[in-house]
Ligand binder design. Structure first.
Ligand SMILES: [Zn+2]
Length: 189
């Protein structure tokens, strides 16, 4: 059955309740075969999550969610471009999730690389370019927090659709950070 929170606040509560179960190692045993059948009729996720591609972070697991509950958009360093913003608009505007979480994490490789001023090849400079303005010299974690907040602003500034949903009170945008050791998701703003 789909969980259907009435607003962003209730959706955030569901996510944080799930995160507490994840931290305690008490994940819900979902009947995935039944859920797959149920989802043939369509998806009705209740949260859109933008997170880093880092293999240590899996939004469905860390929020103890079921299949079909979280619409996930991923990139290294959880930065956005037009395609990522379009994907976020699909989750929030088309699938009507009442919450968008910009989820950063500790010890982010993309932010660490950017802080170190390392020379990047290929397409990686496109990612560094997004993080650079948020770099706090010598402080990866402060840079990570600043970059995630800047990503939220970038999404709202660049997406009229997201902006309108926020203004209409239909969407809550939250910036959060995942702690690798405890598994806790902390709300930054
Ligand atoms: Zn990362």
């Amino acid at each position: 059955m789909n969980r259907n929170p009435k607003d962003g606040e209730e959706a955030l509560s569901l996510l944080l309740d799930g995160n507490r179960k994840f931290m305690a190692g008490k994940l819900t045993q979902y009947d995935l075969a039944a859920r797959r059948r149920e989802l043939l009729a369509g998806q009705h996720p209740f949260a859109t999550v933008l997170c880093c591609s880092d293999s240590r972070i899996d939004p469905v697991k860390i929020f103890d969610a079921n299949l079909g509950e979280i619409f996930t958009v991923e990139s290294a360093g959880n930065v956005v471009d037009d395609i990522a913003i379009g994907s976020i608009e699909y989750g929030t505007g088309h699938l009507h999730t009442p919450i968008l979480v910009v989820l950063a994490h500790e010890k982010c490789g993309a932010v660490t690389t950017c802080c170190a001023g390392a020379v990047c090849t290929g397409h990686l400079p496109s990612i560094m370019k997004r993080i650079e303005p948020s770099v706090v010299k010598g402080d990866v974690e402060a840079s990570t927090d600043a970059s995630a907040k800047s990503t939220k602003k970038c999404i709202i500034d660049n997406s009229e659709e997201v902006r309108n949903l926020v203004l209409e009170g239909k969407l809550r945008v939250v910036v959060a950070k995942y702690c690798l050791e405890s598994g806790e998701v902390k709300i930054l703003e």
